[in-house]
Design a protein around this ligand. Structure first.
Ligand SMILES: Cc1cc2nc3c(=O)[nH]c(=O)nc-3n(C[C@H](O)[C@H](O)[C@H](O)COP(=O)(O)OP(=O)(O)OC[C@H]3O[C@@H](n4cnc5c(N)ncnc54)[C@H](O)[C@@H]3O)c2cc1C
Length: 449
């Protein structure tokens, strides 16, 4: 098998580490690899921090294990290898009338990575995260055994693997229930809201009436505009509700236009001034109203700018995503926003969303409010995030491991108190010698070495 020494990072480009990387073409090679090495499974590296890097073992990418295995056209059940991406699924199945039931904000994500992080989308409040639609998967465990997991078979390993950040084994393939659609368009309703109180009230009033709901907020605006934002609500559009022009386009292949940020900008372009300008511009140009948007524009606006993380310069970014319980959730988010402002910080994109229930043991979501923000890595950023952790803890919340690059073991174990212990029992049952490790796993005490 071929190995390369590469400097790897997640999408946030922070932290970076020299890693030994390989792309096994199949199970035989993976088994051989596991005999003598500790392994980190990796998909497309779209996790932000160090979940898919390992400076002490081998990083095994699933990108060559990317075949469709079977599709039940009547039921919409797809079986595919772990390296198949959302992009592959969309390009193959949308025109046949099927759509991923849950999608993150980028389509450059593998199914293995989606299960490993138990990704959620704009419809989490209605349907939960991707694990709700995973019927089963096969996983290669530390002993070299392939174990079929579902809600009925080896369910302990099933629930420890969804959201288990690649630390229980290498997912080989999965069976996923796709969602029936009659058009590739989404009905979209945008409502501008003047401050944080109004925004929360509208989220509560309207989210449950729509399948998709997310609010963008301007965290820089002060005074009576503090917390102003735009609530975006949506549903999959039925073919017969579309205007004639879009009905015709529904059956045609969608051509993506892309721009690229071709290189890392050598200096930090993000400061209080540019961030304020961006946020004010976004709010001012946003319009109240309704339209129909192609799914590509609706779900993946960031994919239109390839390598947009380059704007954060070489030092990279931290995406901080928290979830706090509904009770006092607004108070917690208010405190977090004020703390960010007190550090002179800001975020290009700050997003609030109501979340629903979730079953995976280490899965990030639970019924509450999530807030995610992007911070350029510079002096004071990590200190600020540690302060935010304290607020999150005070309100019984947690942060999302797939975005994380800063949690220490103690804080993680407080956030996932009563959860990580249960997960660890299952890890020890299937991987007592810690064959599956990662920099994230070591940092937060989920694997020993
Ligand atoms: C622009 C952008 C928007 C995003 N929006 C969202 C969002 O809305 N919601 C959300 O939940 N996430 C979101 N994410 C995060 C992203 O969906 C997750 O990090 C996802 O796991 C990345 O998939 P990947 O294939 O790149 O996996 P990687 O980043 O390579 O790996 C992620 C984790 O999965 C594990 N893993 C990967 N493959 C396997 C395998 N075969 N077997 C076992 N474990 C495996 C890895 O070890 C690692 O712990 C976003 C990321 C970006 C860059």
């Amino acid at each position: 098998m071929k190995f390369e020494e590469l400097e790897l990072s997640g999408f946030g480009k922070y932290p970076k580490a020299k890693c030994k990387v390989t792309r096994p073409p199949g199970i035989f090679d993976l088994r051989e690899l596991i005999k003598n090495n500790s392994i980190t499974p990796r998909g497309l590296g779209r996790s932000y921090g160090d979940a898919a890097i390992n400076e002490k073992g081998v990083v095994a990418e699933s990108t060559l294990m990317n075949r469709f295995i079977s599709f039940d056209e009547n039921k919409g059940i797809l079986k595919c290898e772990a390296g198949v991406t959302y992009k592959d699924i969309l390009e193959t199945f949308v025109l046949r009338g099927w759509f991923p039931p849950v999608t993150p904000g980028t389509k450059y994500v593998t199914m293995g990575g989606a299960i490993g992080s138990d990704v959620h989308g704009k419809n989490h409040h209605k349907v939960g995260s991707i694990s709700s639609f995973i019927k089963s998967f096969n996983i290669l465990t530390a002993t070299g055994e392939i174990i079929e997991c579902s809600r009925k078979k080896n369910s302990d390993l099933f629930w420890a693997t969804v959201g288990g950040m690649g630390l229980t084994g290498f997912i080989l393939d999965c069976e996923i229930q796709l969602k029936k659609i009659s058009s590739p368009y989404i009905y979209n309703k945008a409502i501008k809201l003047k401050n944080l109180d109004i925004l929360f009230n509208k989220i509560e009033e309207l989210s449950d009436q729509y399948n998709y709901s997310v609010a963008w907020i301007d965290i820089v605006a002060a005074g009576s505009s503090y917390g102003r934002g735009v609530l975006l609500l949506g549903n999959n559009a039925e073919l017969d509700e579309l205007p004639e022009k879009l009905k015709k386009r529904s059956k045609a292949k969608y051509i993506e236009k892309k721009i690229t940020v071709p290189f890392e900008i050598p200096f930090n372009t993000l400061n209080k001034f540019t961030i304020s300008l961006f946020n004010a511009g976004f709010y001012t140009t946003a319009r109240n109203g309704e339209d129909f948007q192609h799914y590509d524009k609706y779900f993946y606006p960031l994919d239109f700018i390839l390598d947009w993380n380059h704007i954060y310069s070489k030092s990279g970014l931290i995406q901080y995503q928290l979830n706090v319980p509904l009770v006092k959730g607004k108070e917690a988010i208010d405190k977090v926003l004020k703390k960010v402002v007190s550090y002179g910080g800001g975020s290009f994109l700050a997003v609030i969303k109501k979340m629903g229930d979730q079953e995976g043991i280490l899965s990030f979501p639970f019924k509450g409010y999530t807030l995610s923000m992007d911070f350029p890595v510079k002096k004071g950023t990590i200190e600020m995030c540690c302060e935010l952790d304290k607020i999150v803890l005070e309100y019984g919340g947690r942060t999302y491991l797939t975005k994380d690059s800063i949690l220490d073991e103690k804080t993680f174990k407080q956030m996932y108190n009563g959860i990580w212990e249960k997960w660890m029992e299952i890890k020890m049952k299937y991987d007592p010698k810690n064959k599956f490790t990662s920099n994230l796993g070591r940092r937060i005490g989920l694997c020993l070495f």
